[in-house]
Write a protein that binds this ligand. Structure first.
Ligand code: EPU
Length: 409
């Protein structure tokens, strides 16, 4: 199990905070990492990866004065690139970062990022599709987030580590990926209190030093394999993942009838019979991750009983339901609720991945469907999963990648 996509992109951006060579290890070979690589090069860094092309490490050599413009053609490809805003502002006093634009899972505004940076003395405006931020001097401030936004917490945190004075982020996100970023910043010399809690207290320092950091394992990839194992009534051991980061998800799977065995180096999950339904409510960590919701719906589509899904993070994620309905799933949505009535089997059909998690959700559905399922636009899956179909084949699935990839049930 490689490092988490949603951590590694932020760790790479945090390398902008210190002059010299920072190394991030446990780097998954996913396409989002390549785009962040290119973006850092545009900002003046020298970037080189080494490893086996599955899990690598990246060395980022940051100049004393990085450039400060992140262009649209790179930012539009991954929303995660907005996380260069905080480090650039802290290092250069200015940043011009393209607005990432719309997304298949919802509108994803950046108002909390801007409000937080403005409270620290930055001037932020949006012009011609770019966020323009100026801050000759960032000052510590107390910032209350309306919602524990992952991205806003990260941008405020990475700006605050070099600001003058103390910043308090109240109602901060506390995902394991935020803890991972805090740990890397601490090893660079940052002063951060309350790591892992919803109140972060950051005292700015004069300068940070480059570091070497090993990224936290990807709990969403681990959770995807766990759900796939239960849906297909399999027996899978996931190595390198921390089951404590998946407590609620694994508890749901136990309620569905699975046997879960936590080990020092991961967990084993086995399912012998048809899973039983369970309800899902997505929430910020430690709640059940929205990034596991489509995969859970794929499982519930073949479970015994009826499930209620409440999506509290990205309402538009229910676009996935229209696709899985093409495979015979009995799913109805109303606002941010969905009701899934389980069926014995689904039936293979051509479907389309609209984002990473919808993509893997449709593959799981294809594995429990009669006949052939063709999932189009699987490049979304490559954004977050390393060698996905090879791993599935190794686990016994009948899967091939073609011009338009096919997944057999
Ligand atoms: N929000 C605002 N205003 C803001 C920021 C967020 O209204 O200024 C809203 C969003 O619209 C959303 C909610 O707050 O409804 C949560 O958004 P958050 O900022 O927490 O999410 P994010 O930083 O944009 C990251 C991950 C997502 C993951 C979410 C929630 C990255 C690159 N992306 O997004 O990952 O779903 O946190 O955990 O870290 C994925 O990997 O498939 C994915 C979408």
């Amino acid at each position: 199990m490689g490092g988490a996509k949603n951590s590694v992109l932020k760790l790479m951006a945090a390398a902008l905070l210190a002059t010299g060579e920072t190394t991030v290890g446990n780097l998954p070979a996913i396409s989002d990492v390549l785009i962040m690589h290119e973006l850092l090069e545009r900002l003046g860094c020298e970037v080189r990866e080494s490893g086996d092309g599955i899990v690598d490490q990246v060395c980022i050599n940051t100049p004393a004065v990085p450039m400060w413009e992140a262009p649209y053609e790179l930012v539009r490809k991954i929303r995660g690139s907005i996380c260069v805003l905080g480090p650039l502002l802290a290092r250069t006093g200015r940043a011009k970062v393209a607005l990432p634009g719309g997304d298949a899972i919802g509108s994803r505004p950046l108002d909390m990022h801007f409000a937080g940076l403005e409270r620290m003395g930055a001037e932020v405006r949006v012009e011609h599709g770019y966020v323009l931020a100026d801050a000759p001097e960032l000052r510590g401030a107390t910032i209350w987030l309306d919602f524990p936004s992952v991205g806003a917490t990260e941008n405020i945190l990475t700006a605050a580590v070099l600001a003058k004075g103390t910043t308090v982020i109240d109602n901060a996100a506390r995902e394991p990926e935020i803890v991972d970023l805090c740990q890397m910043l601490l090893s660079m010399g940052a002063e951060i209190g309350g790591v892992g809690s919803s109140t972060l207290e950051i005292t700015g320092v004069e300068a940070l030093a480059p570091t070497t950091h090993h990224a936290v394992a990807d709990r969403i990839v681990a959770g995807t394999w766990a759900i796939a194992a239960v849906a297909t009534r399999g027996d899978v051991t996931v190595l390198g993942a921390d089951p404590a980061h998946l407590e609620i998800a694994l508890d749901k799977l136990v309620r569905a009838g699975a046997a879960v065995d936590a080990r020092a180096d991961g967990f084993r999950i086995a399912m012998a019979e048809r899973p039983r339904s369970f309800d899902v409510v997505t929430l910020p960590y430690p709640g059940l991750a929205s990034d596991l919701q489509p995969q859970a719906i794929a499982l519930l589509a073949v479970a015994e009983g009826t499930a209620m899904i409440t999506e509290n993070i990205f309402e538009a994620r229910f676009m996935f339901c229209d696709e899985i309905a093409r495979m015979g799933a009995d799913v109805r949505t109303d606002g941010h609720h969905a009701v899934v009535r389980g069926r014995e089997r689904l039936s293979g059909a051509p479907v389309r991945a609209t984002d990473i998690r919808a993509g893997v959700g449709l593959v799981i559905a294809g594995l429990v469907a009669d006949g052939v399922t063709e999932v189009a636009e699987v490049h979304h899956i490559d954004r977050g999963y390393v060698r996905f179909e090879e791993t599935l084949r190794a686990l016994g699935a009948d899967v091939v990648r073609t011009q338009s990839a096919t997944f057999g049930g």
